[in-house]
Design a protein around this ligand. Structure first.
Ligand code: SF4
Length: 289
């Protein structure tokens, strides 16, 4: 959308906002720098980087209130569960709302008049139109320009390729539990340092986040980044052959779509205003209109 805006295919955006969880892959940060240098700056579109802190550090800091990541849990009785996802709200939606309020001239907790709002573009393509949602506050009105253009994911990739951005990486936390096996393999096979980092993090959250433990609310069971609920360095992330794939799909029957999710990651992933069950930001940015 930034490139479309810079090229005049979409109207010129006043700002672009990047919500930084502090734990994106290195390629995402370098790609962002490139977008700023080659597209945003020449077009005069300021890219604002906002943050609520570093999600990795916060999870491991017993003194820090932590908005939990969606970890896979194996309970003491062997039952499987997940921890509640609060991180999208805390690390993405909250800092974006804070910045938008500032840009409008009404920082929290000031009341924003009804007539004052921003138009916010969310980059959902036609194949995921079910993710298109309204904002939950009056001072932000969501639009979905890619849907308006009738662009699918393939159209987006074609366009990015045509402007030299075929290598656009997927943005998400390095250790996001929503990764599919393909993403875990990419980290393992292309970035040994980042792989070590996620493996160490996975081991460090085995008993849940540090703050919950310090405050007397320990996790009754074990937490994992990989869906198999096996430590990441031993989790079954390797590619399966077509024959193995077919056998698994047959075996799983109705659960076959889950096999696809295992490889590609949780379909709806993490995106502000577009994710499954995103928690609203908790500190009043969400509700004070
Ligand atoms: S990318 Fe994953 S871990 Fe990071 S904020 Fe989103 S859901 Fe949470």
């Amino acid at each position: 959308m930034l490139a479309l805006s810079a090229q005049g295919i979409l109207p010129k955006a006043d700002y672009a906002i990047f919500a930084d969880t502090g734990w994106e892959p290195r390629v995402v940060y370098s790609h962002l720098d490139r977008l700023v240098r080659e597209i945003a700056d020449p077009a005069g579109i300021p890219v604002l980087r906002v943050t609520s802190g570093n999600i990795r550090d916060d999870a491991l800091d017993p003194g820090h209130r932590f908005a939990s990541m969606p970890l896979y849990v194996l309970n003491e009785d062997g039952k499987q569960g997940m921890t509640r996802r609060q991180c999208t709200g805390e690390y993405k939606i909250k800092p974006i709302k804070k910045k938008v309020r500032e840009l409008l001239g009404y920082p929290y907790p000031q009341r924003i008049p009804k007539s004052v709002f921003v138009e916010q573009w969310v980059g959902i393509s036609t194949d995921e139109f079910h993710r298109a949602k309204d904002a939950d506050v009056r001072y932000m009105r969501n639009r979905h320009p890619l849907i308006d253009l009738n662009w699918s994911r393939a159209d987006c990739i074609r366009y990015l390729t045509s402007i030299g951005l075929a290598d656009t990486p997927k943005s998400s936390c390095l250790g996001c539990p929503f990764h599919g096996n393909a993403q875990w393999r990419t980290i393992r096979d292309t970035s040994p340092q980042e792989w070590q980092d996620v493996v160490a993090f996975d081991a460090a959250i085995r008993q849940g986040n540090a703050r919950a433990n310090a405050s007397g609310n320990p996790l009754l069971g074990q937490a994992f980044l990989h869906r198999s609920r096996v430590p990441l360095d031993r989790a079954p992330i390797d590619h399966v052959t077509a024959a193995e794939w077919a056998a698994r799909q047959q075996e799983l029957g109705d659960h076959a779509p889950e096999v696809q999710e295992l490889e590609d990651g949780v379909v709806d992933g993490c995106s502000p205003w577009a994710c499954r069950g995103a928690e609203p930001a908790q500190d009043g940015f969400g509700l004070t209109a």
